[in-house]
Design a protein around this ligand. Structure first.
Ligand SMILES: [Zn+2]
Length: 563
């Protein structure tokens, strides 16, 4: 395990630098330099944060690493947040600052942050964080008991890929039992969160918590009404394709009706009963093959991946390592860092392509954008580079082109990948519409029974293919899902990004070089232009109207038929 050596910044060292920024003269003419200097300070702080988080995640048994991270989170970071808020006020007090174009949107976003800020909500935000932590504790410690063994939820979900139907049923029941065990606690927790969220909206003087979210997430380019239209378009344009795919799945399984254990979109069973794919044995093999794939897609990307291999990734799985995958960044060095836990599966290859899509985005934007606020991008675009890479790389996964799979295996990979996008979109329909309902049209004294009832109705609208007879209670708790508790309304982004990624893929089939050139050009823009402009630079349109969905579902259908 190696992480780039990084000096750890303490508040004692940061404070005088913040004071320097607070006390120095500031005018419209020096506004841009002020941002540059503030940005440099933030980069150093982010390097500390990345380093401490990585050290703790790469070895969760390292007590001193955990203590240092906790000190940073509890002591240093709150002071940084307060100091940043006062610098923001100072910067916004300038009426007509002379800024380069890359800072114009930064100023707008800071103005929105001021609008979304209200002192009365600071304490409520802290209470809210405690509730989110409580959610993590309840779900993180929740284990499913299966055949005398205690399994984490991701472990039990993986077992839903078992070709033996009776095994899957037992696994699914064990998973659901674990969910139901904590359901009363989650219900109670959610009502508390809901109360807090409504109070925050009232304190801020906006109509609903949804309005607060629109400010908080800087959603400038679409309105709630557009999301409601999207839900209708998903129901009309995506659900029929999902139904076709699942009908084929049911027939191949040779069963009369699809029960909940016959298909889980995150861990789908192979309907032909084949063993799971095992594309690689060692991390070295994964890295070397991935490097040749990226080089084949674009020599520049291959070269960058080679740079990342020199100390900016840790991909293997081992004890005491955080189980999830992510891409972090060292903005001072202008380098990303990717953490994964690979074991040799098909999913590992997909996640590798995805995370390094983020890494290419970080690398390009950190190099092209001097201001730290412009690294990576707005959330509506941030998954485009990673999701597009999942599909752009597909043809290069063939052994003949230096990849992992033979022809039959690659067909399977295509099938899983494309169906996964369709099912994710239907799940987004559910996730987004239930939250719009909760925060805008549900009764003011909303009860758990009403949410449960609504959840069942919405699953019937967006994922009607499964027969839940006899499992109505389990069905009604479909809304017990991470984002609804921890990141309200944050989910539609995954779908908006996929619509962009699919358009990039579509154009790459006609003009691979041109599509790649645009893809890379969009990455360098970081967060310096609007979301529609980012999509346009990438060769796509930021659109999620019904006709766009219809066209892209037809594109997916065509691709599925080619397999
Ligand atoms: Zn991602």
């Amino acid at each position: 395990m190696t992480i780039p050596e990084t000096p750890i910044k303490e508040w004692e060292e940061l404070e005088p630098r913040y004071q320097g920024l607070t006390s120095r003269p500031l005018s419209d003419q020096t506004a841009y330099q002020f941002l540059l200097d503030w940005s440099e300070l933030l980069k150093e702080i982010e390097e500390t944060s990345t380093f401490l988080n990585l050290r703790s995640d790469l070895n969760t048994a390292d007590e001193s690493a955990r203590a240092q991270l906790s000190h940073f989170n509890q002591v240093t970071n709150p002071k940084v947040t307060i100091a940043d808020a006062s610098l923001r006020k100072r910067f916004l007090s300038l009426l007509s600052p002379e800024l380069k174009t890359d800072a114009l949107l930064i100023r707008r976003r800071m103005q929105t942050d001021e609008e979304a800020y209200c002192e009365a909500n600071v304490a409520l935000e802290a209470d809210h964080s405690d509730l989110v932590n409580e959610f993590s504790r309840l779900t993180g410690n929740n284990l499913a008991e299966y055949k005398g063994e205690k399994l984490t939820i991701p472990q039990i979900q993986e077992k839903l890929r078992d070709p033996d139907r009776s095994v899957r049923e037992g696994v699914w029941r064990a998973w659901q039992q674990a969910k139901l065990n904590i359901a009363p606690a989650l219900d109670e927790l959610f009502l508390k969160m809901l109360g807090l969220r409504k109070r925050m909206a009232a304190n801020l003087g906006v109509g609903s918590y949804r309005d607060l979210i629109w400010l908080k997430y800087h959603r400038y380019d679409y309105r709630p009404k557009d999301c409601l239209d999207l839900h209708a378009s998903i129901a009309e344009e995506v659900v029929p394709l999902a139904t076709e795919l699942l009908e084929r799945h049911r027939q191949k399984l040779g069963i009369s009706s699809l029960k909940p254990w016959d298909f889980y979109w995150r861990a789908p069973v192979d309907p032909e009963g084949r063993e799971p794919l095992h594309p690689f044995d060692t991390v070295d093999q994964l890295e070397a093959t991935t490097e040749s794939i990226f080089s084949a897609i674009d020599p520049q990307l291959g070269k960058e991946f080679g740079e990342f291999r020199k100390g900016f990734m840790d991909l293997g799985s081992r004890a005491n390592k955080m189980p999830h995958a992510y891409c972090a960044s060292f903005p001072k060095r202008r380098m990303p860092f990717v953490l994964q836990n690979v074991v040799g599966s098909e999913d590992d290859v997909k996640v590798t392509l995805h995370e390094f899509g983020h890494a290419f985005h970080g690398y390009a934007s950190m190099r092209a954008q001097p201001l730290v606020w412009n690294h990576f991008s707005a959330t509506e675009f941030v998954e485009v580079p990673s999701q597009a890479m999942e599909v752009l790389a597909l043809p290069y996964l063939h052994k003949d082109r230096g990849g992992f799979y033979d022809r039959d295996q690659l067909s399977r990979v295509y099938g899983t990948q494309l169906a996964g996008i369709v099912h994710l979109l239907t799940w987004i329909g559910f996730m987004d519409s239930i939250q719009h309902w909760i925060y805008s049209s549900a009764p003011a004294d909303l009860t758990i029974e009403q949410i449960d009832h609504r959840a069942a109705e919405l699953i019937a609208r967006f994922m009607p293919q499964t027969d839940w007879t006899g499992f109505e209670t389990e069905l009604s708790k479909a809304w017990h899902y991470h984002h609804i508790f921890s990141a309200p309304f944050y989910y539609i982004e995954y779908g908006l990004s996929w619509l962009g990624a699919l358009q990039i893929w579509e154009s790459s089939l006609k003009d691979p070089v041109g599509a790649l050139t645009k893809y890379r050009a969009a990455l360098t823009l970081g967060n310096s232009v609007s979301v529609p402009d980012l999509f346009a630079a990438a060769g796509a349109e930021f659109a999620f109207d019904r006709l766009t969905l219809r066209r892209l579902m037809q594109f997916l259908r065509d691709q599925l038929e080619k397999i």
